[in-house]
Design a protein around this ligand. Structure first.
Ligand SMILES: C[S@@+](CC[C@H](N)C(=O)[O-])C[C@H]1O[C@@H](n2cnc3c(N)ncnc32)[C@H](O)[C@@H]1O
Length: 240
């Protein structure tokens, strides 16, 4: 094996898997995203090459570049840990990286991580399912890209259960409008959790009709549904 596509979890290094922590400790090179927490990167041993391929405002690293980088490092026989925020296969483009490695014949393994889609609600004390309240949850991207298949928000309004939106901060007004137009009650509770499980974590609560006007900063997970009115958090603190 030469390349590991590893989920780094939502931010708190204590939420890494044991396998992720072991692979980081044994790596020659760590290639990481912008969302990988500082506390997780602090576990990378001194002397290990650290390559930041994070996509942030003003810094766009083409996915093709990252794919080729992993292929080249893998072919060089290095122990490459590709650290991705949350779970590599939940809106992480880990599938594209796996395909590139597969096509290049570079051996790789995929290591799941704790996704922010459940960890962020949990960090705010919001259970995404709750007996008698929500029997299902739908995880959806709020990110829109020209020419790409768009989410049918009006249909989603009728699915029932909890709606968990990643990458939805900038489109939250449009999303709320579409969900209400699709029949979702404007008074439906909403919780938005920013930088969950890090020392920067903030939680904002409102109802759906207020979502557009409610200040929320990225990265955030937006939870829509009756469960969002719950707060079952015991006293929690995070290191990173
Ligand atoms: C490209 S997606 C990657 C998702 C990731 N693979 C996962 O499983 O969590 C990035 C989005 O995930 C969400 N996200 C990731 N980490 C987060 C955190 N610690 N707190 C809140 N939202 C987070 C935000 O919606 C962010 O815009």
């Amino acid at each position: 094996m030469t390349v590991w596509l590893v989920g780094a979890g939502p931010g708190d290094p204590d939420l890494l898997t044991v396998k992720a922590a072991r692979l980081i400790a044994e790596a020659d090179v760590v290639v990481h995203d912008a969302l990988v927490g500082d506390g997780v990167l602090a576990l990378v041993p001194p002397g290990v090459e650290l390559i930041d391929v994070g996509k942030r405002p003003g810094q766009v690293v083409a996915q093709d570049f990252t794919n080729q980088l992993l292929v080249d490092l893998g072919r060089a026989g290095k122990r490459v840990v590709r650290l991705k925020g949350g779970d590599p296969f939940v809106f992480g483009r880990g599938g594209e990286e796996a395909l590139a490695l597969l096509e290049a014949g570079v051996p790789f393994e995929i290591v799941p991580g704790i996704s922010s889609s459940t960890a962020a609600p949990l960090a705010a004390g919001v259970p995404v399912t709750h007996r008698g309240v929500a029997a299902a949850y739908t995880v959806v991207t709020g990110h829109r890209r020209e020419g790409e298949h768009d989410v049918d928000w009006r249909s989603l309004a009728n699915v029932g259960g909890t709606i968990v939106i990643l990458m939805g901060v900038s489109q939250r007004g449009l999303i709320a409008g579409e969900l209400i137009a699709g029949g979702l009650d404007p008074q439906t509770p909403v919780a938005a959790i920013r930088s969950a499980t890090t020392h920067r974590q903030t939680v904002v609560r409102c109802v759906l009709s207020e979502l557009a006007a409610t200040p929320i900063e990225s990265p955030a997970v937006i939870v829509i549904g009756p469960v969002a009115s719950l707060d079952l958090t015991p006293l929690q603190s995070y290191d990173s």
